[in-house]
Design a protein around this ligand. Structure first.
Ligand SMILES: Cc1cc2nc3c(=O)[nH]c(=O)nc-3n(C[C@H](O)[C@H](O)[C@H](O)COP(=O)(O)OP(=O)(O)OC[C@H]3O[C@@H](n4cnc5c(N)ncnc54)[C@H](O)[C@@H]3O)c2cc1C
Length: 620
């Protein structure tokens, strides 16, 4: 495709004239800011403004289109994470009025996190702030195409690579501080184009990134309606155009979830484990938008709607049906329940990349909705084993493939059938335990007021006392304790009931595994998997410990299929008129994760915001 055609936004032939044209500067940035930016915006928890707008008398519209609207803007953005913020800022700076709908309360209202962030933030405000980007566009585009097994068409790869190579300049233009970009190699160095990447750290990590974006949103006085989950899109059924959004304005912030008790109701044996389901609803409060008691509102989008409401990390039905590796547990924003997926499906969207996640292995326990973050301890003297007690990899590769280790967990025993490596277990001894936390000491990243978990104890004692870490004075005793433990794996995707596993590991097997591993430590060579010699520390000092690990990590990547213009595509490959998307919802990563969500959300924020703002309003 010709360069920058992805910014010409010829969405479904409904656009009158050129879209961005003269408004684009040398770097493709919109140059015309048509609104005055005056003072810091005051944002209320739930805006009560009820603006009733009557349709153009000349319009002949299907009966499903409301005749009055509670809110109106040129561009309506659903979701206030990094993706929603960049799309909103870009659309505004291209001359459009913008409203953002955000499901959750403002963080400030809860007195949590960074009080200068007005709210929302999603996964973005808790992320690590690494901003990988395509430094050499043609190479990076080639890499993405290969890493996605060709599921991301080359025009999309090129749009991302060309715009993304400008990311450092974009951040500078908007005053977002970052480290100097340096060349880096992508996670799969053997793929073509792997050397075409750059890396930067955004100052202050994800919190710093979102704080800066939020400052830009506040400065522009873009209204953010908190506690207002979007529930469906309003579509002109004759033309297919998206005219607005149905949402629910909730009167009060979401409350912290409470855990309900559980009782066993059924059980069955599958290979190396027995599965039971219980009636506990767990944290279901987090998994469905709190629409009851709220006020339904209609929000008109004169030009377009941009979906930016995150992944489906907390939607068991979607995870069970689509992810390779289940149950999976994530440690991000527990309100990302994939709401954008059915919303887009109902207006005809195709889906893609639903089986891809940015994930590794994480500890998760039912007392909290979120998992803990990275699992590879800095001290050594530990191994990973599958459910049968066998090692299956050089464990240090979890760090090498930190966005894609989950692919290793999809090994299935077809005689059952059953995932052999879900859960895996980290096995360690007292020496390793004494040397420090067995996982990240930082708390799960979600603020505790929103259901986050407490920090891990520095010597693992709290987690041992909770039974999260299983112990035994010998390997045989450890295996007996593992097999006696009630290990909650997650929730039934249909009923929501809690599912527990009872393991059936062989003590002989784990003893053999450890004898072999300890022998490799003595020899200084891991003859089985080639784990680096410096990390070969024996596991010999009782008591011995085991902790279950699940596929999971930061985020999912599937959702509505997107075009190079950031349009949502239907099942025929045509854009759904006036509907765009950005962020981890329907991301460009296919088959594997590139681990570059922050970079991509800047790219498709610029494309979606520019193209949405350039449309001719459907209503005068
Ligand atoms: C701990 C952690 C570390 C990470 N580190 C990195 C990193 O270093 N580099 C990197 O590139 N990526 C990283 N990621 C991934 C990255 O943060 C995300 O993929 C990215 O920020 C997603 O942005 P988003 O705006 O699409 O989604 P989010 O930031 O999650 O925002 C989505 C928003 O939509 C809202 N929402 C959901 N449903 C609705 C609805 N129905 N109506 C209205 N609003 C709704 C949510 O409440 C949320 O605020 C990390 C993620 C985590 C969790």
């Amino acid at each position: 495709m010709p360069r920058r055609q992805f910014l010409t936004g010829l969405g479904a032939g409904i656009v009158a004239g050129a879209v961005i044209g003269a408004g684009v500067g040398a770097l493709g940035f919109p140059q015309t800011i048509t609104k005055n930016i005056t003072s810091t915006q005051t944002q209320t928890e739930t805006e009560t403004q009820t603006e009733t707008t009557t349709q153009s008398a000349s319009a002949v519209l299907p009966s499903n289109i409301p005749t009055t609207w509670n809110q109106t803007a040129d561009v309506v953005v659903i979701g206030y994470g990094g993706a929603g913020a960049v799309s909103a800022i870009t659309a505004y700076d291209a001359g459009a009025s913008v409203i953002i709908l955000e499901k959750t309360p403002s963080l400030a209202s809860l007195g949590v996190s960074n009080p200068t962030i007005s709210g929302g933030g999603g996964n973005t405000q808790m992320d690590a702030g690494n901003a990988v980007f395509p430094m050499v566009p043609d190479e990076a585009a080639q890499y993405l195409y290969a890493a996605a097994l060709g599921t991301t068409p080359m025009d999309v790869c090129q749009a991302w690579a060309e715009m993304g190579s400008q990311n450092p300049t974009w951040l500078d233009t908007y005053g977002i501080a970052h480290s100097a970009p340096s060349a880096t190699t992508a996670e799969f160095p053997n793929l073509p184009g792997a050397g075409g990447f750059g890396a930067m750290s955004i100052t202050g990590g994800g919190a710093g990134f979102f704080q800066a974006l939020d400052g830009l949103v506040q400065k522009r006085k873009i209204p953010v309606l908190f506690n207002t989950p979007a529930t469906s899109l309003i579509q002109n059924q004759t033309t297919g155009e998206i005219y607005g959004v149905n949402a629910v304005q909730n009167p009060a912030p979401l409350v912290s979830p409470t855990l309900s008790s559980s009782t066993t109701s059924s059980s069955s044996t599958t290979g190396s484990s027995t599965t039971s389901t219980t009636t506990s609803a767990g944290y279901t409060a987090l998994w469905s938008p709190p629409t009851s008691g709220g006020t339904p509102i209609t929000v008109r989008a004169n030009k377009a709607v941009i979906l930016a409401c995150g992944g489906f990390e907390y939607n068991n039905k979607l995870m069970a049906n689509f992810l390779k590796g289940y149950p999976a547990h994530f440690y991000g924003w527990a309100y990302n329940t994939g709401d954008g997926i059915p919303m887009a499906q109902k207006v005809g969207a195709d889906l893609w990349h639903m089986n891809v996640m940015s994930a590794r292995m994480v500890p998760w326990f039912p007392e909290y909705p979120v998992a803990y973050s990275t699992t590879a301890p800095s001290q050594h003297g530990w191994i990973y084993v599958d459910k049968t007690g066998n090692r299956y990899a050089d464990e240090t590769e979890l760090s090498t493939y930190s966005h894609n280790w989950w692919l290793k967990l999809s090994e299935v025993d077809l005689t059952v059938p059953d995932y052999v490596r879900i859960p895996s277990f980290i096995i360690f001894d007292q020496t390793c335990c004494n040397a420090g936390a067995i996982t990240s000491t930082s708390s799960a990243k979600l603020p505790t007021a929103l259901g986050g978990a407490p920090a891990w104890s520095s010597n693992n004692s709290v987690e041992i006392s909770k039974g999260w870490i299983i112990q035994g004075s010998t390997i045989a005793a450890l295996v007996a304790a593992i097999n006696n433990a009630t290990i909650v794996s997650g929730y039934d995707p249909t009923t929501g009931a809690q599912v527990t596993l009872q393991m059936n590991m062989s003590a002989t097997n784990l003893e053999t595994t450890l004898n072999n591993y300890n022998g490799y430590c003595t020899a200084g060579v891991d003859a089985q998997f080639g784990r680096p010699a410096s990390t070969l520390v024996p596991i010999v000092t009782p008591p011995f410990y085991a902790m279950p690990l699940w596929p999971g990590g930061p985020n999912t990547l599937g959702g509505p299929r997107r075009s190079a213009n950031a349009e949502v595509l239907d099942t025929n490959g045509n854009p759904i008129p006036r509907l765009y998307l950005n962020g981890e919802l329907g991301a460009i990563d296919g088959w594997t994760s590139l681990g570059q969500n922050n970079g991509a959300l800047v790219v498709f924020g610029r494309i979606s915001g520019t193209n949405a703002a350039a449309l001719t309003p459907w209503i005068s």
